[in-house]
Write a protein that binds this ligand. Structure first.
Ligand code: UT7
Length: 332
């Protein structure tokens, strides 16, 4: 590995419309009290009818590029982590390239669910470290409201829409020598557990038809209790692996940015890592679970709020359908 990959800019976008717990109380058999105590979520953002996933990315990418001091012409590759692409074909990365008027770039979507941004970051890091590319735009973006079953109280209270982006850049200012940049990433998965969080209808295996539409299998289904257990275990294990690879311990971490799926998952993770609760960034109350967008939205909010500043070491981690999981250690 010849080069050091750094995060040169971040940005995020969330749609304006707010869906509160009180709104959900009017839609299904639930309560604000249940949602807050079981998940930590107070509200989530929902797209307007004319907003697609690519529109979120365009807005967030512009902020990230501005912060990075990069023009669209400098982007060599666009990696989009999403399970809610604009279309099945072309990829959302392709739509983003067109909308941002990026002349030539490698374009790819990755369907790694909630771990999509960490997967993208790991791929961006590899592209830059190998010397293949100088600037990679990595997005985690979802319009989960488009695949949420608003008749299923087990899932519909959890999910929201949004996007976060990072520009991964070749560090050319001695980052390798002074130990800054993306220090390590770890990604993994277990396909044997894919049925615990899935959308069984609508793909090539069982195409969506007028006959099976009412089964609502084209919408998100989740066995929450099982997912919870694996999420805590695998995120904790992945954090340890990423920290080992980076040569740091939990005492060296200034901020943990975990996937915002459930406040109780975050608390269990903090306990397992023996981390300091004050060093964990939490915004689940405002956005719910935004899948691949969750970590990059939190990262950008933390940076813009001055909670992650130059010299700080950040541990990011996520877990999602597939199952997929991953972690990254970045020194800014
Ligand atoms: O981002 C990808 C990863 N996803 C996750 O990490 C999500 C992981 N799972 C979770 O966060 C939690 O399992 C949930 C929040 C989904 C559910 O919390 P839980 O504490 O595991 O609840 P549960 O599924 O065990 O359900 C407990 C009770 C049930 O009633 P009974 O059977 O005990 O009578 C549910 O029917 O709560 C009931 N319930 C609700 N009640 C009011 C489930 N959803 C609701 C609701 N409002 N919205």
């Amino acid at each position: 590995m010849n080069h050091r990959a750094i995060i040169s800019g971040t940005g995020h976008y969330t749609p304006e419309h707010v869906l509160t717990n009180a709104d959900l109380e009017r839609m299904i058999d639930t309560s604000d009290e249940w949602i807050v105590t079981r998940t930590g979520i107070h509200e989530r953002r929902i797209r307007s009818k004319d907003e697609a996933t690519s529109d979120f990315i365009v807005a967030a990418a512009r902020c990230a590029l501005e912060q990075a001091g990069k023009t669209t012409a400098e982007i060599d590759a666009i990696i989009v982590g999403t399970v809610t692409p604009d279309y099945k074909l072309p990829s959302t990365a392709s739509v983003v390239q067109r909308k941002l008027d990026i002349p030539k770039a490698a374009i790819v979507d990755i369907a790694a669910a909630c771990a999509g941004f960490i997967y993208g970051l790991a791929m961006g890091q590899s592209f830059v470290e190998s010397g293949m590319y100088r600037n990679v735009l990595v997005a985690g973006a979802e319009t989960l409201s488009s695949i949420t079953n608003y008749q299923d109280r087990n899932t519909c209270v959890l999910f929201g829409d949004g996007c976060g982006c990072a520009v991964v850049t070749r560090g050319e200012n001695g980052e390798k020598e002074n130990g800054t940049g993306i220090l390590a990433a770890h990604i993994s998965g277990d396909g044997r557990l894919g049925d615990l969080l899935n959308m069984p209808i609508g793909g090539s295996k069982v195409p969506l038809t007028p006959e099976n539409y009412e089964q609502r299998g084209h919408l998100l289904h989740m066995d929450g209790r099982e997912v919870f257990k694996y999420a805590v275990r695998e995120m904790a294990d992945s954090c340890v692996q990423a920290m080992e690879k980076a040569g740091v311990g939990i005492e060296d971490i200034d901020m943990i940015i975990p996937h915002q799926a459930n406040i109780r998952i975050i608390e269990a993770l903090v306990k397992k890592l023996k981390a300091n609760r004050d060093k964990v960034f939490i915004n689940i109350q405002n956005y719910g679970n935004t899948s691949a967008a969750s970590v990059p939205i939190a990262l950008d909010e933390a940076r813009r709020a001055g909670k992650v500043t130059k010299g700080m070491t950040v541990l990011m981690t996520a877990f999602g359908g597939g199952f997929t999981w991953g972690s990254a250690v970045v020194r800014f």
